[in-house]
Design a protein around this ligand. Structure first.
Ligand SMILES: [Zn+2]
Length: 462
């Protein structure tokens, strides 16, 4: 293979909002704050640090089950204003060149796949392919400095490439690590902060899950037969079973020791027990992905009143995890921008459910994939749909901050009465078809977009 050619890609869309990095908006009591206050001579202007470094692009990825049936779920947390779209792609034959975010590389072809993509990126935050492989990534902090790495592959490129090339989880791992070693890892992955970062990955198929952790070209991976959850920290020790040359002993050697991990642990305390549940199902996964720091809520099909809703966390965040939740609401800074649940099994038609925006104010809409290709309702591929759900997120945050937790419960109850009914209708139809072995795609694809549009119109008019 030849040397990768660098190419220029248009800058991020103008619509991406610039985040005002006022720490008071996002994290009022960080260690950095304390040191700045205590040593005002070294900080004569009294300026805050730009942002708490660990609350950037946080995500939650989990899988539960195994032994022929695996549940996959991910919340993708991204800068405010960065839209995502859910897209399906048919198989692509090998040959010619492939443009990733920053490189042009030989094209080895692709399986059919469905992915959720920030609109300025080539790669995916999460997705599934026709062979029931699902992948999601997480930002991690390591001893290597990603800002020094030249443009190469970024984590979202590797998610998409793993889905394009992997017929099983381990095949995806092998493809991703081969590409990582060949081309390296680098380039801006957060356009709002103009930052590069390295990623960890959860790669699942119906039988097993793999955790892949990286730092530049260095990597290690471990297989798990059952449920596991990852977040924004390295978790592999000396239990890895595949690794790049030079990795000896614990992979914790590559973890940045200066980075607190409370922000990750507070969410792993929610996702890990769910991943370990033997009967974890897709409907309950939605409730976990709506967790605001109190309890899971909003299970698909469950009617819920204000008292059953986990109200939005307050506007403050801290390194110990305060204000950081699975359904993320870091005011003015970061939010859960998209979410996916997938049922990985031997069914002819693989089912997943994709949500645009924050799960608490969005709806998981069925999508499908098999060897004939993907089936994604057009409404999920429109950035305007993402914006409509995001406006609901902004409104409920404003209500929480101006009128308190109870007011946020009342507003969320109003939103869920509409979107909960929408979800129940779409999921029940999908389950009915699945139970009798019928192909649910045609009927649901025709109706899903219309149902979503109408539900949003009713919420916007109310
Ligand atoms: Zn939420």
């Amino acid at each position: 293979m030849g040397r990768p050619a660098h190419k220029s890609r248009p800058p991020p869309e103008r619509g991406i909002l610039r985040v005002r990095l006022t720490l008071t908006q996002i994290a009022t009591r960080t260690h950095h704050d304390a040191s700045a206050d205590a040593d005002s001579d070294r900080n004569p202007r009294g300026t805050s640090p730009p942002c708490p470094p660990t609350v950037k692009n946080m995500c939650d990825t989990l899988c539960a089950g195994g032994g022929g049936r695996m549940l996959f779920a991910k919340n993708s947390d991204r800068p405010i204003g960065e839209a995502q779209v859910v897209e399906g792609y048919r198989r692509r034959p090998a040959g010619g060149e492939l443009r990733t975010q920053y490189l042009t590389i030989p094209d080895h072809g692709a399986f059919a796949l469905i992915g959720s993509r920030p609109t300025w990126l080539w790669g995916f935050e999460h997705g599934i392919n026709e062979h029931a492989v699902a992948i999601g990534n997480e930002r991690v902090w390591t001893v290597d400095d990603p800002s020094r790495a030249p443009d190469a592959l970024i984590g979202m490129d590797l998610v998409r490439l793993g889905l394009e090339l992997g017929a099983t989880a381990v095949a995806a791992i092998d493809s991703m690590t081969d590409l990582l070693e060949r081309y390296g890892q680098g380039g801006i992955a957060d356009a709002t902060l103009a930052e590069a970062y390295f990623s960890s990955f959860l790669v699942c198929d119906p039988n097993e899950a793999w955790i892949l952790e990286t730092s530049g070209r260095t990597w290690a991976a471990r297989r798990s037969d059952g449920g596991v959850a990852i977040s924004n920290r390295l978790v592999l020790n000396d239990d890895w079973i595949k690794a790049s040359s030079g990795v000896v002993g614990s992979f914790q050697r590559w973890a940045d020791p200066s980075m607190p991990v409370g922000h990750a642990d507070v969410r792993l305390a929610v996702t890990t027990p769910f991943a370990a549940e033997p009967n974890a199902d897709a409907r309950s996964a939605a409730a976990v992905l709506r967790h605001h720091g109190g309890h899971p809520w909003g299970r698909i099909g469950q009617t819920i009143g204000p008292d059953g809703i986990d109200p939005l966390p307050g506007p403050d965040a801290d390194f110990d995890g305060t204000g950081v939740s699975v359904c993320m609401h870091l005011r003015g800074f970061e939010t859960t921008a998209a979410s996916m649940i997938a049922e990985l099994d031997s069914s002819e038609v693989i089912r997943a459910w994709a949500a645009l925006g924050s799960p608490c104010v969005s709806a998981y809409v069925p999508v499908f994939i098999d060897r004939d290709g993907p089936a994604v309702p057009p409404v999920l591929g429109a950035p305007a749909t993402w914006t409509r759900f995001d406006l609901l997120r902004a409104k409920v945050e404003r209500i929480r901050d101006q009128h308190g937790a109870r007011a946020s419960q009342l507003e969320l109850a109003r939103i869920r009465s509409e979107l909960g009914q929408l979800e129940a209708t779409l999921w029940d139809e999908s389950d009915r078809a699945h139970a009798i072995g019928a192909d649910p795609r045609q009927k649901l694809l025709e109706s899903s977009s219309m149902h979503v549009e109408r539900a949003l119109e009713r919420l916007e008019l109310a």
